[in-house]
Design a protein around this ligand. Sequence first.
Ligand code: AMP
Length: 432
Amino acid sequence: MKLNNNNTSNSKNGNQKIMKFEELGIIKPLLKAITEKKYSEPTSIQVKAIPLVLKRNDVLGCAQTGTGKTAAFAIPILQHLYHERRGKSNSRKIRSLVITPTRELAIQIAESFTNYGKFTGIKNTVIFGGVKQKAQTDALRQGVDILVATPGRLLDLMNQGFIRLKDVEYFVLDEADRMLDMGFIHDIRKIIAKLPVQRQSLFFSATMPKNIVELSRKILRNPIKVEVSPEAPTVEIIQQYLYYTNRASKKDLLLHILQDSDIKHVLLFSRTKHGCDRIVRNLKKQKIKSAAIHGDKTQNQRQKALAQFKVREIRVLVATDIAARGIDINKLEYVINYDIPNIAETYVHRIGRTGRAGEEGNAISICEPEENAYIKDIEKLIRRKIVIVKENPFPQTEKPMTANEKKEWEKEKQQRKQEFFAARRKKQNRLK
Ligand code: AMP
C-alpha cells in the first residue's frame, strides 16, 4: 500500500531516492507494527517530520489529513516514550497530549497510537464530548502515557480535577485551522497555559493563514517548518468531474448520477446540516441506502452511520465538512460534492477523502450558477481544469444572480428564516 506522495529523501537537489522506514531511525518495535500495517514506504510528511521529531525539534507542519501526518507525529512520540519508559514501574503519567478538533479525528488518532505502539507497551486513551464521561475517567484513572482529546472535554475534565498536564513532554496540536474555524481558540489558550514550559511541541494545519501562524508562535520554540503540497493527491490520482446545473435540478441530477452502478460507495458532502438531512430523505424515497452525519446527530448515530458505511450496508454517506473531517475509510472510490465550497482548500480537502493510500479515486461535483465563480478558484489552486461532463440531462440554463438580485434574495431568505423561527416560538409557547 502506498500513499500518493513524492516521498523522496531530498527532492530539492533532484535526488529521487525512495526512503525506507528503516532509514528514518525508527526502532524495531515500531518498525514491526509498521510492517503489520503493510506500509511499504514512508510518505513525504513522514520522511520530513519523523527525523526532526526524533531529534526533539519543534515542528510546524503544513499538511492535511490523508498525507499520513498522524504517523508522522505518532511514531516518533511513541519512540521517545518507549525509550523513557524502559525499566520504569507500572505507574503512568500523561506525558504526551494530542488535541484535535473532532471526535472522529480523536478516535482515529488514538487508534493509530494503539496500532503503531502495539509492541511498545505504551498506553493511550481518548476523550471527547457528547458522551458520558465515566468510561473516560475510568480509563484515565488506570493511567495512560498518551492522551488524545478534543478541547472542550479536556478542559471539562481538567476543571473537575481528573486530568493534570504538568507531566506533558510532547504536545501536538492537530488541524489547527479547523480548530480556530470551530471557535476553539479560547479553549486552546487555556490548555496551553497549563502545559509545562519545557516540552516538545508539534503543530499541524492544512492551511497557514496569518492567525494560525500567530497561534503557532505562541506554542512552538524555534520550529522547523515542513510542508507537503495540499494539491498533490488531487492532481495525481483523483479523477475529477463537474456537472453544471441549476439549483432546482440538483436533486434529480444526483439521482441520475447514482444510476451508475459503478458508484457503489460514496461520501457526499453538503454544506449544511439541513441540506444533509434533505438529501438523505430524497435518497431514501428512491430506496437508496443512505445516512447523514453532522453536528446535530448524537455520537451514537454518527458512529453507527460510519460503521454501516464502512461495511457497505449503506451506499451514500452524507456529511458536512466538519463531520467528515478525519473520516478514514479505506478504498473510498467516490466523493460527490453536492455543492461547491467557496473556499478552494475545502474542495481539496473533501476530494482528498478518495484516492487514499494509493487507490484510485473519483470526485464528482455538482455546481449551480451561484457557485460557478468558486470553480475558477479551485482550478487555480489545483492547477488543472476539472472535466465537465457533457452527458448531462439537467444542464445549467440559469445565470448567476446580479449583485442586486442577490441582495434581494438574501433579504427574502432572512425574512423566511425569521418567519420560521417566529412560528416555532409561537408553537413552543403554546405547548408550555
Ligand atoms: P492521515 O493523513 O494520518 O489521516 O493518514 C491517512 C491514511 O494513510 C491512513 O489510513 C493511514 O493508515 C495511511 N498511511 C499512513 N502512512 C502510510 C504509509 N506510509 N503508507 C501507506 N499508508 C499510510
